[in-house]
Design a protein around this ligand. Structure first.
Ligand code: SF4
Length: 375
């Protein structure tokens, strides 16, 4: 006999790959950000809290079977197919839970707190419960609402900063202002929750690159001081991509948006590191969308080291910059030092065999276009 089925949403951050996934709300209540393909063509709907609590119970039942029979229980049909994620969670020590989909914080805080408490009851080994949250939702929440979620056992909020510049936020139809981002981020941290911002270098396009950097650096500078000493703000980089079929793609096709290439994005990041001043935060570059996945450190301590990395790349001949960018997107290079590895270089050159050698600018354009493959 199979244990009861439960719902599972389509995405979670890479850091939640082994988390228990609890679908609190379906799809995205906003669904208008021009760069985002994830929920386009779907409708958002709230779920009854009883159904979500039932899902947590169903996952607990599946976990019992998986603990005794292992992942074989999925193949044998003793648990529903979606319980494969529960087996990943158990295999990782049953330590983390992620609330889905795009904005569970839109659910009334008392109801969301009920769900979090149920997760904690059914899975007492869980150390971390995290959720996505939209800035416009969180900025409207009272401090007591966020304190309630923290008391119930929520530990971290993932928030799409994308850009701190109002002109960019308006152009991408983010539905919030830089003031909302500062207000939401500050409230989250002051409630004792951890905060992870997702920043999209390149999202201002070539025309608004300077404003994008200046606004984003300002939001980081204003929010970071609200973080307690032991749990600094985290900023994760997700380089902008133009995904076919999105409104941003249509804007680019009409000439209203030019996607910066990887050399231009590296310059943006260098400017950002200069402009964040002494803000204390953790920078993470944990996605293949990013050219330099080694751009990872604790600010302000590591600022000079990170700037030196960017300067090293920016100092290369343009042809090498372009070949490295292509190699990253093909999975051949991960770090700058990989470019000096003869075996990896041969693997890259094999990609060009039989073709006329493309110009550096064309390769950089291709590498930027390839980003959309990784969304
Ligand atoms: S980026 Fe987030 S808020 Fe915007 S449409 Fe996509 S899921 Fe919704």
């Amino acid at each position: 006999m199979t244990t009861p089925p439960f719902e599972q949403g389509p995405i979670r951050p890479p850091s939640e790959a082994h988390s228990l996934l609890v679908r609190v709300i379906r799809n995205c209540t906003w669904n208008r950000c021009t760069f985002c393909p994830v929920y386009k063509g779907t409708r958002s709907s709230l779920r009854q809290v009883e159904d979500v609590l039932g899902d947590v119970d169903a996952m607990a039942e599946a976990a019992k079977v998986l603990r005794s029979r292992g992942v074989h229980a999925v193949r044998a049909g003793l648990v529903p197919p979606e319980a494969y994620q529960v087996s990943l969670f158990l295999g990782d020590g049953a330590r983390t839970c992620f609330l889905q989909d795009a904005d569970p914080c839109a659910v009334k805080p008392e109801k969301l707190a009920q769900v979090i408490r149920r997760v904690r009851e059914r899975f007492p080994t869980v150390e971390r419960v995290t959720t996505y949250g939209r800035a416009s939702t969180l900025a409207r929440r009272a401090p007591e609402d966020l304190a309630l979620l923290h008391e119930a056992g929520l530990t971290r909020v993932h928030l799409g900063l994308e850009s701190g510049a109002d002109e960019v936020l308006m152009a991408i139809d983010k539905g919030c202002t830089s003031g909302d981002l500062v207000g939401a981020g500050t409230k989250v941290l002051e409630a004792g929750l951890e905060l992870c911002f997702y920043l999209m270098p390149g999202l201002g396009g070539r025309a608004a690159a300077a404003a994008h950097v200046a606004g984003s650096a300002r939001v980081i500078r204003e929010v970071a001081p609200a973080a307690p000493a032991g749990t600094p703000l985290v900023v994760r980089l997700r380089t902008a991509a133009v995904v076919p079929g999105t409104p941003l793609d249509a804007r680019a096709a009409a000439g209203g948006f030019e996607l910066p290439d990887d050399e231009e994005v590296a310059r943006e990041l260098r400017d950002l590191l200069e402009q964040v001043g002494d803000a204390r935060f953790e920078l993470r570059s944990d996605h293949i969308l990013n050219l330099l996945q080694e751009l990872d450190g604790s600010l302000p301590r590591d600022r000079e080291r990170l700037i030196a990395l960017l300067d090293e790349y920016l100092g290369w001949p343009r042809d090498d910059q372009a070949r490295f960018a292509i190699g990253v997107r093909l999975g051949i290079f991960r770090r700058l030092e990989d470019y000096g590895d003869a075996g990896r270089r041969r693997a890259l050159e094999r990609q060009f065999e039989g073709y006329e050698q493309p110009a550096a600018d064309e390769l950089l354009r291709t590498a930027a276009a390839l980003r959309s493959r990784f969304i």
